[in-house]
Design a protein around this ligand. Structure first.
Ligand code: TXA
Ligand code: MG
Length: 320
């Protein structure tokens, strides 16, 4: 194995001692602890202020480790793993007893992912246990896509932040499972449903709301900034708020609003590129949350490609 950087070695030591480290992934930063150690997992729930009924994703170095923690990988899911791992895909698999019930919130399935970030891949390879890691934000707030986002909110509560730069995908992983032979997308995310369907054919997208007991973490209000968010046709929303005389900021997909000062607008992708928009979404929401306005007006994206997952995050941010 290549010589480990001193930052990765330090992270490994902290994790081996049963403590927590924020780690970079290609999707968002995770708050990681030893997934096999119930005390470390308890610290994760405490630090995030996360309810214990919301299960965690287990991160492993490569697909060869999966069967240590899951009883099997059904063929249809294996096809997806072969195409999209390492990457922003999480699979729900039958759990083995070695995974503490706390990790899965008592469910029979365990969520497993092979992340693609080189720093965290090297870390996982150096460890002899997998990492349980939810997004490294206080429960319900916007996920972090830079080390400074983690520092701002959880810096005083965690032992170490492993800085891996900006997250390249910027949206959490797509969560896929299989029930009675039917493939189901539980959470829209960094891999578009259209890409998944190219590999395995049509899938069912579970309604993305809190009433679904199979995915307890999918609360309606989530990814939310402190400032209220209104989602819809941005031109209409802007015209109405001009009329009302309310101070607002805009989160636009590609269009500029030249009359607004730079601190009150974020253009996710001037060229209308979905990947670029995803990459800028959470940092854009954080930026506008600091603008001190009464409301953030956000443009709904076309419902295709990553637009689906971006709209899902915007809807949850708007649901309060
Ligand atoms: O991209 C990601 O997935 C990031 C990075 C750090 O890997 N992690 C992440 O974790 O987004 P978190 O904890 O913020 O979201 C995990 C989601 C929750 O909605 C949870 O309910 C769901 O995964 N989940 C975990 N285990 C599950 C299970 N066994 N069945 C159904 N849903 C599960
Ligand atoms: Mg999260």
């Amino acid at each position: 194995m290549a010589e480990l950087g001193s930052d990765i070695r330090r992270a490994a030591e902290i994790l081996q001692a049963g403590n927590l480290v924020a780690v970079p992934t290609e999707t968002v930063y995770g708050l990681a602890g030893n997934a096999l150690d119930p005390l470390a997992v308890t610290k994760i729930f405490q630090t995030k202020n996360r309810p214990s009924f919301d299960p965690l994703i287990v991160h492993v170095a490569d697909i060869s480790q999966v069967l240590t923690y899951a009883a099997e990988i059904p063929d249809e899911l294996k096809k997806l793993a072969d195409v999209f791992w390492p990457g922003p895909l999480t699979l729900l698999l039958p759990k083995r007893a070695i995974i503490p019930d706390l990790v899965t919130s008592g469910l029979e399935t365990v969520a497993v992912r092979v992340p693609a970030h080189p720093v965290t891949s090297a870390l996982l390879q150096a460890l002899d246990f997998p990492l349980a890691a939810p997004s490294a934000n206080p429960f319900g707030y916007i996920s972090p896509t830079q080390a400074s986002h983690v520092e701002d909110q959880l810096g005083s509560k965690i032992d170490y932040i492993l800085d891996g730069g900006n997250c390249e995908v910027g949206l959490e992983s797509t969560i896929v499972g299989l029930e009675h032979g039917q493939l189901i997308v539980y959470r829209l995310g960094g891999i578009p449903v259209s890409a998944i369907e190219q590999v395995v054919g049509p899938v069912l997208i579970l309604p993305q709301s809190s009433s679904n007991p199979k995915s307890p973490g999918m609360l309606k209000s989530h990814y939310a900034p402190g400032t209220s968010v209104l989602l819809g046709d941005l031109d209409e929303l802007v015209a109405a708020h001009e009329q009302l005389g309310v101070d607002y900021a805009v989160l636009s997909f590609s269009k500029d609003y030249p009359n607004l000062p730079p601190e009150r607008k974020v253009i996710l992708s001037p060229s209308g590129d979905f990947g670029e928009a995803a990459r800028h979404l959470f940092s854009g929401m954080r930026f506008l949350d600091k603008a001190g306005v009464s409301v953030i007006l956000a443009q709904e994206l076309p419902e295709k490609n990553l637009g689906k997952a971006i709209n899902d995050r915007l809807r949850r941010a708007a649901a309060k």
